[in-house]
Ligand binder design. Sequence first.
Ligand SMILES: [Zn+2]
Length: 387
Amino acid sequence: MERPHRDVRLLPKAHLHLHFTGSMRPGTLLELADRHGVHLPEALSSGEPPRLRATDERGWFRFQRLYDVARSVLRTPEDIRRLVLEAAQEDAADGSGWLEIQVDPTSYAPRLGGLIPALETVLEAVEDASRATGVGIGVVVAANRTKHPLEARTLARLAARYADHGVIGFGLSNDERRGMARDFDRAFAIARDAGLLAAPHGGELAGAPSVHDCLDDLGADRIGHGVRAAEDPRLLERLAEAQVTCEVCPTSNVALGVYEKPGDVPLRTLWDAGVPMALGADDPLLFGSRLAAQYGLAREHHAFTDEELAELARQSVRASRAPQDVRDRLLAGIDDWLAREPGGSGTSGAPGASGASAGEPVPGQRADGRTGGPRAGRVTAADGTPL
Ligand SMILES: [Zn+2]
């Protein structure tokens, strides 16, 4: 007989890999596009997550094009505030008590009056959202590796300037197959000197060597994705030895064609090697599922027990930049989750954000203008609509 399970949405956890635009609710994308007169391609407007395959250059280009269109609906400070608040509400509903959200302020600078006002708008939105939901939020300023390294340096200086005001880390995103990690070493040095966490993407579209590069050239404290480390046992040993956490995003990996199916994502390989992981949703807008679903996937496709899921959640908290009181609260909450009888009253109530100073732990996340749960109202797409 199958044992009853505890509700993964009630498991307190930290969410360490979520991109700004990619966190948008599908319904919000439609509304903002309508308001600003942005024409959405069918892949973003017709009800299912788009079919993507980013393992070749064309597929990645298409993914980026969709992402750019989605980003273009974020035009005013009000849009930014709404996006961050809803991202925090979704996280709260999925048991996250701490969120680290990645943003490249360059994208919003032209409409918001420059790089500094753009980042300040984001940081103010983060403060408000955190207060409203009880989810602590840190910002990772992410540079784009397809742009010139000097731009990354500018961003690193900007991030450093706000190191004590909401920015907690520095990242590097976009196609790992483009450019060399070491071209960005100066930017990462600036960020690290300011005490920021170094969290570049690696080991997703490119293999294990890209993870070595992140460690050797960028002093990575964490790796965005890192799953391809599974192809190199010595690298796994290295990651385990140094306790470098990989921000693993299983649904994203499958959506982008890095792995064929959920069971192929090497969660067990990393787990068995002792590599810490923090499961993340990456871009739920385009991939159709959020944070708790990643834990559900680990259970369903990789037979993670509740004890193992609790340990995954602990790993996410330990690898975060959450303040000590938040870490203590989340870790205690994880123990409480395990101590509860499985299959019990696990379907209601607020998860990870509860107990936060903000008080009201978002019981109303279904009543705030949304049309459904995190998976409802998802992005619709015509199959393989070419762009
Ligand atoms: Zn990412």
